[in-house]
Design a protein around this ligand. Structure first.
Ligand code: NAD
Length: 329
């Protein structure tokens, strides 16, 4: 089996590649994995270091919007697992052009190429943010899309392009929509690694508004196990939610991070709320549980403790990334 993983040098994609090649997921031994990644500020070859010498890994440095390159790379693969995206909501509020280009045009470029090359399966990795916000209860996969941020709008658009390929051309496309991920190797601009690394530097951590926004947190290994199940056993044309983690307000999460890092509330700076900040996301994951037997297995407290420890022990991973990105925090 030969799979193409786009965005495989990013946070979630690299976890998927490392797990696939180390045999901890369902793919057979001897699987060949090609990573196509532009290495933007959030992607790094250091994320693939543990499998850099694996004979099953091929890395291609390139852009998913480059139709000629994509066509050359897609050829010969049995499946595409598409992670590549601009992924940070705050950046999308400052300028959405890269989000539309990579997330929409890039997805369409890959889909058309995969169809031309008769790829057996295309897994499109998406997000709960495409639904907007929900005060009570949880969304099923039948919920109409109502994205609020430019990031979410670009992901919703790419989901619709993927479904259109299935409906119009009969292509075997499956979509996953997941809640917030956390774990090792996440670029330190997202809430959890930003907080840990800032506290390590003795700096304050920001908390948006009154901290009452609710997110469902899932360990990256549970997300990748769900994607892998969908890759091997999902139904063509279906959407699968991958949630079932731990719902927390941002204030509750901040309290847990402060405890884990040995800091107090004086290290928190309340900042004005993010524009259009969604109050709550919540996925109903009954379909993937009942159809594919999916179960998340990492308890949040264990996953968070491991994540905090990893950032504390791997300053040599995150500091150079921030310097390279010219990141001011
Ligand atoms: P990330 O920002 O860590 O990684 C994105 C990767 O895509 C990087 O390696 C980057 O170099 C690459 N990339 C960006 N533009 C590219 C382009 N034009 N061509 C080729 N490669 C390009 O993001 P992530 O958190 O790992 O998210 C991966 C996917 O999962 C995204 O599609 C995202 O929408 C989705 N998702 C993320 C979360 C989350 O909590 N992080 C939750 C649900 C869904």
């Amino acid at each position: 089996m030969k799979i193409l993983v786009t965005g495989g040098a990013g946070f979630i994609g690299s976890h998927f590649v490392r797990s696939t090649l180390s045999g901890s997921l369902l793919s057979p031994a001897g699987i060949q994995v090609t990573v196509l990644d532009k290495l933007t500020y959030s992607g790094s070859l250091s994320n693939l270091k543990p499998v850099a010498d694996h004979p099953g890994l091929t890395f291609v440095h390139g852009d998913v919007t480059d139709a000629e390159l994509v066509d050359a790379v897609v050829s010969g693969h049995d499946a595409v697992v598409h992670f590549a995206a601009e992924s940070h909501v705050d950046r999308s509020l400052m300028g959405a052009r890269d989000f539309v280009t990579t997330n929409v045009l890039g997805t369409q470029t890959l889909l058309e190429s995969a169809r031309r090359h008769r790829v057996d399966r295309f897994v499109h990795v998406s997000t709960d943010e495409v639904y907007g916000s929900i005060a009570r209860g949880s969304w099923t996969e039948r919920q109409p899309l109502s994205p609020h941020s430019p990031y979410a709008a670009s992901k919703a658009s790419s989901d619709l392009m993927a479904l259109a390929e299935h409906h119009s051309h009969g292509m075997d496309v499956v979509i996953t929509r997941c809640s917030n991920n956390y774990g090792r190797y996440q670029f330190p601009e997202k809430l959890i690694p930003l907080a840990i690394t800032r506290l390590m530097e003795g700096r304050k951590i920001p908390l948006y508004g009154d901290g009452s926004n609710v997110r469902d947190w899932l360990h990256v290994s549970d997300h990748c196990a769900g994607i892998d199940l969908v890759l091997h056993h999902g139904r063509a044309g279906a959407v699968y939610h991958i949630g079932g983690g731990t719902e927390l307000t941002n204030k509750e999460l901040t309290g847990l991070l402060l405890d884990a890092c040995g800091a107090g509330w004086e290290s928190v700076e309340f900042v004005s709320d993010r524009k259009g900040h969604d109050a709550r996301y919540s996925l109903d994951s009954t379909r993937i549980r009942e159809e594919l037997g999916y179960r998340p297995v990492v308890p949040f407290t264990d996953g968070l403790a491991d994540t905090v420890r990893w950032y504390q022990e791997n300053r040599g991973w995150w500091e150079p990334l921030l310097t390279r990105a010219g990141f001011t925090r």
